[in-house]
Design a protein around this ligand. Structure first.
Ligand SMILES: NC(=O)c1ccc[n+]([C@@H]2O[C@H](COP(=O)([O-])OP(=O)(O)OC[C@H]3O[C@@H](n4cnc5c(N)ncnc54)[C@H](OP(=O)(O)O)[C@@H]3O)[C@@H](O)[C@H]2O)c1
Length: 349
């Protein structure tokens, strides 16, 4: 079966998604939305730094929705709920690096998206590395313990060379610390992280009674600049956030992110470079997942691209099962096993 795909924007993650679509034997790229006017009319291959694809980007949403396509790969900086609703009502599945279950947008938006998907006879699914795939792995680890009591998951990375570091401005980076103010902003902007607790709870039959949120900032000790994003001395250049899934007064799911823009912040949290996962139980289970840049990424001087690849690929590989799923908002808790393709043999022949 071949699924026809429209790519929605070609930013950092979207560019890697396009490469993933073109390599996937069950997917065919048929269209592309450009938010930037300067991208309209350009070949998608040119926008993604690869050879021509014959598909040109357009800013005309009506034209894209009228196309015959199975799925939209939706990857703008921030979602437009009206657009997502229109795509679903037009009978196109949506996979995204943003959504998990849309609960953090409030019941009105969540219901609108659920109803649009049902009316369109399609599904909405979101993943990425975290929120998304890495925390799903942590939940799966609990399968090997007969008495798990707690899942602890931590993302710990130095984001200094991450292309999209300027997007952290909306979390307070580069501005003066004010933990009450930025705690509230972070809890709202990073709402999809809390939604991961819903998915883990559903997967592992955990009767969560409350989700708690903690926030702490770290400041630059001298002026810094990464990818033209200025972080003057004394401003926020790192943060630690925790989402705690409680059962009564016990923490049963603990999701933590520690992001540092370089070393020697105040406080100077250690950087573990990846995902540390611990299942406390009988037996206890520990794992650490680290991503290694490909030779091509290293040779091209673009090792940071791997963050965008591991965000895009869990979304792309899910497309066949999402297109076949029961209509509605879907998650790892109710999709069948997602099975990527071995395609490396093609390069060897
Ligand atoms: N789950 C995860 O693990 C994970 C990890 C990283 C990122 N993400 C999410 O993935 C999404 C894409 O991230 P990214 O780093 O690729 O973002 P990005 O490069 O900053 O932006 C993606 C595209 O959004 C469009 N855009 C920019 N400003 C816009 C605006 N004001 N209104 C509407 N569209 C706008 C642009 O489209 P054009 O291409 O037309 O210029 C841009 O290329 C974000 O929602 C991000 O939060 C998820």
């Amino acid at each position: 079966m071949t699924y026809k795909i429209i790519q929605w924007t070609t930013g950092h993650v979207g560019r890697e998604a396009v490469k993933g679509i073109l390599r996937h034997p069950e997917l065919e790229l048929v269209g592309c939305y450009a938010w930037s006017e300067s991208k309209v009319g350009k070949d998608v291959g040119e926008l993604c730094g690869i050879g021509a694809t014959g598909i040109k980007a357009t800013g005309d949403i009506d034209q894209l929705l009228a196309m015959e396509a199975d799925c939209v790969c939706y990857m703008p900086t921030f979602p437009d709920i009206d657009d997502v609703e229109r795509i679903l009502l037009a009978g196109k599945n949506v996979v995204s690096s943003y959504f998990i279950n849309a609960r953090s947008w409030g019941p009105e938006v969540q219901t609108r998206l659920q109803q649009a998907a049902e009316k369109g006879g399609v599904s909405l699914f979101g993943s990425g590395i975290f929120p998304g795939f890495a925390n799903f792995i942590a939940a799966l680890m609990a399968s090997a313990s007969y008495d798990f009591r707690k899942i602890h998951f931590q993302e710990s990375v130095n984001v200094a060379y991450y292309d999209a570091i300027a997007n952290y401005a909306k979390l307070g980076w580069g501005q003066m610390p004010d933990d009450d103010k930025w705690r509230e902003t972070n809890e709202q902007v990073l709402g999809t992280y809390a939604e991961c607790i819903d998915v883990i709870a559903e997967l592992l039959h955990i009767p969560i009674t409350e989700i708690r949120f903690h926030y702490e900032s770290a400041t630059a000790t001298e002026d810094r600049e990464f990818n033209r994003f200025a972080l003057p001395a004394g401003t926020i250049a790192g943060q630690k956030c925790q989402w705690l899934g409680m059962v009564g007064d016990e923490v049963v799911v603990e999701l933590e992110v520690v992001w540092n823009a370089g070393k020697n912040l105040q406080p100077d949290w250690p950087v573990r470079h990846g995902y540390s996962m611990v299942v406390e139980g009988d037996p206890g289970i520990h794992s650490h997942i680290k991503f290694i840049p490909s030779a091509a990424q290293l040779q091209g001087g673009r090792p940071a691209d791997l963050a965008n690849v591991v965000t895009a690929m869990p979304v792309i590989n899910a497309i066949p099962v999402v297109c076949a799923a029961k209509p509605g908002i879907r998650s790892y808790a109710d999709l069948p096993l997602i099975r990527p393709y071995y395609t490396a043999w093609r390069h060897r022949l």
